[in-house]
Design a protein around this ligand. Sequence first.
Ligand code: TXA
Ligand code: MG
Length: 315
Amino acid sequence: MKMNLANIKKAKKLLHKRECIAIPTETVYGLAGNAYSDQACQKIYKLKKRPKNNPLIVHYLNIQRLKKDCHLNNDFIKLYKKFCPGPLTFILNLKKSSKISKIITNKKNTLAVRFPRHSVTRRLLKILEFPLAAPSANPSSRVSAVTSNDVKEDFGKKIKYILEGGKSYIGVESTIIDLRKNPQILRLGGLNVSTIQKILRKKITINNKPSKIVSPGQLKVHYSPGLPIRLNAKNISKDEAYLLIRKKKVSKPNYYFLSQKGNLKEAAKNLYSTLRKIKKKKYSSIAVCKIPDRGYGKTINDRLLRASRFNEKTT
Ligand code: TXA
Ligand code: MG
């Protein structure tokens, strides 16, 4: 994608005024504001209707800038060198001297940090004197946005500006790893746990379904397209959309494919845009075929399981 510097300058100007704007990242679009400003962070919570106890991820250009705000450790440095910038979020301990807004951390002493790879957002971060707090740019508990148009559809005029960055090329949120003690995965995502394991060479616990919620992304109902979802479906009814992992030889108008040949990375990338496409048609529900529970398939299954709990939601 061609970089439009005028757009980046406009984004900078609004962020300086403590406004909240949408930014592109390689995973999903984010709703961004100055992470050092209470006023900017308050706007993010309000716009997203996000519960105040759900902290925000803070986006940095690089490790040098992060040093001011967080204590670093060896595991972090190993993973940073290998995967950053990229789809990995780290939970670290905050420094007492950090200027991060207390609104983000909810008075806790930890911070979720990420180094996005998207070139437009990296260019923006480079010219800012502050990091960007940015949760995914979707109303709380709903499916994330992977294009500027998705953000427009969800927020309309409520959002001051959307920085264009094309379609997010990973298409699912970052993997979250807590590195304060023994490594723990809090959210499956755009980087596979087996790939992280090869670098850390120690036991990594997967704790994305805890009895006690550590990260509200672990909430039962999340990523919902707003209609019921049936998992592992073998048969479908006429008024249902059928979500398949690979293209079938014989197709019907209500069949939606996540990939051409069953490639799980490609399927993850297309998941949210396909759910949004289905939502626009008047189907009663979505039937999902069985998706292999390996690699990116694990991330897809995690998101679809949470989205399917919309059925159980009472409000
Ligand atoms: O790919 C991504 O991570 C995207 C892009 C925009 O960077 N962001 C994103 O943000 O998915 P959000 O807010 O939708 O999800 C972040 C998750 C939330 O579930 C939040 O509870 C968790 O990270 N989180 C944030 N700070 C945390 C902390 N200090 N400890 C534990 N979990 C935290
Ligand atoms: Mg989110």
